[in-house]
Design a protein around this ligand. Structure first.
Ligand code: AMP
Ligand code: TRP
Length: 329
């Protein structure tokens, strides 16, 4: 069976963007791939985090993975920081990465701009190398992510190819999987910007655990144009296009079919339909989440996950060390 790997940072409450761009894909693909889904807590600390809050978010993320339908018998679910081989391989790959290629990473440029006053951590700069290690450590065939992470999977491929050329075949070259609708869900108040869990204001952000009525309100108040035509045109109609993307993705239909369905509707009716669909999807997830977060299964699942991930990662790191000439002769 081919392998899949992906992770999410516990840096805030998960959004509808995380669900559509990432988790929904993990759930769909879990029957086709041997899946490794982790909590990227080492990536979380590339920007300043509060210790108590981080602990809470780690637990919540695991509960949400499960509530969304990740089956622990099909997925290896674990914490990145409980596996020291991620950081080990990251060091090795850092020694094979050029400053020039890290300088080109758009996520780094965006995040560094916001941290200018406090200082920019070196970990933020080498973030893509840790991500490459997460992926290459398990010989993953595919990496399902949202559009914003595509550049990081590309650098992963480049690092793997460079290493293979220098030391002989060592790493599998992974492919990115990006959903055709909803690869980048936008903020409902500023539809030119990604819906982001670290946004300052949450008016344009649908949190997966938001109260149902508040989700409906946010969608009803989503910024649109005023020409009253439900047509996908990201450049001229970013607000409506974003809602079309959300609807099409959650209903598993195409953009064209969505346009057809709402050919005669006005914006009010369309927003109501989007609001109903989003809450229909999120309500059962929320109910399941509340059962899980108050149970003991999270620890059991993480124990089971790390037990499986650790020996695989150890063996891969030993293989890599041998290839380079590290360790005892
Ligand atoms: P992050 O929140 O940065 O840890 O992202 C976790 C996963 O969710 C990654 O695969 C992201 O690409 C994906 N993701 C985050 N925000 C969005 C969004 N607004 N639209 C689609 N995918 C997203
Ligand atoms: N960088 C990803 C994000 O912010 C999270 C992540 C870390 C990841 N390591 C990964 C995703 C490996 C896929 C594979 O969204």
């Amino acid at each position: 069976m081919k392998k899949l790997i992906s992770g999410i940072k516990p840096t805030g409450q998960l959004t509808l963007g995380n669900y559509i761009g990432a988790i929904k894909q993990f759930v769909k693909l879990q029957n086709e791939y041997e899946s490794f889904i982790f909590v990227a807590d080492l990536h979380a600390i590339t920007t300043p985090q509060n210790k108590k809050q981080l602990q809470k978010l780690i637990k919540e993320l695991v509960a949400l993975y499960l509530a969304c339908g990740l089956d622990s018998s099909k997925n290896t679910i674990y914490l990145q920081s409980e596996n020291p081989y991620h950081a080990h391989l990251s060091w090795v790959l850092n020694c094979h990465t050029y400053l020039g290629e890290l300088n080109r990473m758009t996520q780094f440029k965006d995040k560094a701009a916001k941290l200018k006053k406090e200082g920019i951590p070196a970990g933020l700069y080498t973030y893509p190398v840790l991500m490459a290690s997460d992926i290459l450590l398990y010989d993953a065939d595919v990496v399902p992510v949202g559009d914003d992470q595509k550049q990081h999977v590309e650098i992963t491929r480049r690092l793997a190819e460079r290493f293979n050329n220098k030391y002989g075949s060592t790493f599998k070259i992974p492919d990115v999987i990006i959903t055709s609708t909803g690869a980048r869900i936008k903020d409902l108040q500023d539809p030119t910007k990604k819906m982001d869990k670290s946004s300052v204001s949450d008016k344009g952000v649908i949190l997966m655990l938001d109260p149902i009525e508040s989700i409906k309100q946010k969608i009803r108040r989503a910024v649109t144009d005023n020409d009253s035509i439900i047509k996908f045109d990201e450049k001229n109609k970013p607000g409506i296009s974003n809602l079309i993307n959300i609807y099409a993705n959650l209903k598993d239909i195409s953009i064209k079919e969505t346009e057809e369905e709402f050919k005669k509707a006005n914006y009010g009716d369309f927003k109501e339909a989007v609001a109903n669909l989003v809450t229909e999807v999120l309500k059962p997830i929320q109910d399941k989440y509340h059962q899980i977060i108050n149970s003991n299964i999270i620890d059991d699942i993480l124990n089971q996950g790390i037990e499986k991930a650790l020996p695989l990662a150890k063996a891969k790191c030993e293989y890599v060390s041998k290839k380079i000439g590290l360790g005892r002769p």
